[in-house]
Design a protein around this ligand. Structure first.
Ligand SMILES: Cc1ncc(COP(=O)(O)O)c(C=O)c1O
Length: 370
């Protein structure tokens, strides 16, 4: 019998898993710098409060919190089904997309299985594969920062179970074209489940890909979307997955029954109902501010990549230069995101904020002599 004391407490796979490095919270930077008015452009939240109808729903839901939430999130799933054309049995609501990523990895990946994805990209996918002790296979982005779908398809092997496309990509901002996406899906062997992470879907230009339409049309594809960005509900943690029903069913075996709290469900439901009224002008404002920030950054000698999301990515001369700029902006009370954990140590990612926040960023950059 082996000595029970020699068994490691923690799974060996975890030794290779780096914890998620989140953007810094406002209070943290306030404490460190003494700056009262900290501007947070580090986590790609939308710059506006939740929709008024969502705020009302949140207040109204407060009084019923004695009860567990609906574990099936049925009202929200039915509303999402009506909005997307995907059957309710092909929709799973989760505690943010982050949680759905982990559940999908938990349901599919064992040691010896592989997840392929572009890189630099969203680190939760890497973490999800790592937690399972599975192989994480990164595929270099194209020089313009976009996913190289030919190379991604080429990296798929017999061991591959998940092939992840993040579009628009976080942190670089590029979206794949619908034609390239469909060609990629056509190339994948049947044993591979493709995933499209559309966390920034609402910011895409007209004519861009629409993962929901592909799932509704019967494509074997998993699509992730969130209420954290354009809907202004990041604090409540609610995202959803659209997928073939067998994938939803499998995740039902590993998820927690009450993953999505009732306040979040109520807020998301109210937001969805008000989306036609509230979303277009918010999106238009972010896109117009993104153009303004892009032009101003270029005027200051930076070279932001073109973005299809609510953030811009800037490659600096070196990781040190990226770190120095981040440190300087933090001292000025402006939080941005160094992109080392996303695989781009020489980059920074700046969320497009409200006009006054973008003004503060640009004023600080004008005064920077790094
Ligand atoms: C590409 C991508 N996927 C998923 C998420 C996670 O979203 P959520 O807030 O729903 O967990 C993010 C958040 O930054 C993201 O950038």
């Amino acid at each position: 019998m082996p000595d029970p004391g020699s068994r490691p407490l923690f799974r060996p796979a975890l030794a290779d898993v780096a914890p998620y490095v989140p953007g810094r919270p406002i209070e943290d930077v306030q404490r460190e710098t003494g700056v009262g008015q900290v501007v947070k452009l580090g986590s790609n939240e939308g710059p506006y409060p939740p929709f008024p109808a969502a705020c009302e729903a949140i207040a109204a839901a407060a009084a019923t919190q004695r009860l567990y939430p609906d574990p099936g999130a049925w009202a929200l799933r039915d509303a999402l089904s009506a909005a997307t054309g995907v059957g309710a049995d092909g929709i799973l609501v989760g505690n943010g997309v982050d949680s759905l990523i982990k559940l999908l990895c938990l349901a599919t990946l064992d040691p010896g299985d592989a997840l392929v994805m572009g890189w630099p990209s969203f680190l939760s996918w890497r973490q999800g594969a790592g937690i399972q002790g599975a192989t994480w296979r990164p595929v270099e982005l194209r020089a313009d920062g976009g996913y190289d779908l030919d190379a991604l398809a080429g990296a798929v092997g017999d061991d591959t179970k998940l092939a992840v496309v993040v579009s628009p990509n976080n942190p670089t901002g590029q979206a794949v074209t619908p034609a390239a996406l469909e060609a990629f899906l056509d190339r994948l062997p049947d044993h591979v489940l493709p995933v499209l992470d559309e966390a920034y879907f609402e910011y895409l230009p007209p004519g861009a890909h629409d993962g929901a339409a592909l799932v509704a049309a019967g494509r074997r594809l998993v699509v992730m979307r969130t209420f954290s960005k354009a809907y202004g509900l990041a604090g409540l943690r609610v995202g959803y997955m659209m997928a073939p029903p067998d994938v939803v069913e499998a995740l039902g075996r590993v998820r927690n029954a009450f993953d999505v709290n009732a306040v979040a469900q109520a807020a998301a439901l109210a937001s969805l109902a008000d989306a036609p009224h509230e979303l277009p002008h918010r999106i238009a404002e972010v896109i117009s501010e993104r153009a303004r920030v892009d032009v101003a950054l270029r005027g200051l000698g930076y070279a932001p990549l073109p973005s299809a999301a609510n953030f811009v990515f800037v490659r600096m001369a070196s990781p040190d230069a990226a770190g120095a700029l981040n440190d300087y902006l933090t001292r000025q009370g402006i939080i941005i995101r160094p992109t080392g954990p996303f695989g781009a140590p020489d980059g920074i990612r700046i969320t497009v904020g409200a006009p006054h926040e973008n003004d503060a960023l640009l004023a600080a950059l004008r005064a920077y002599s790094g």
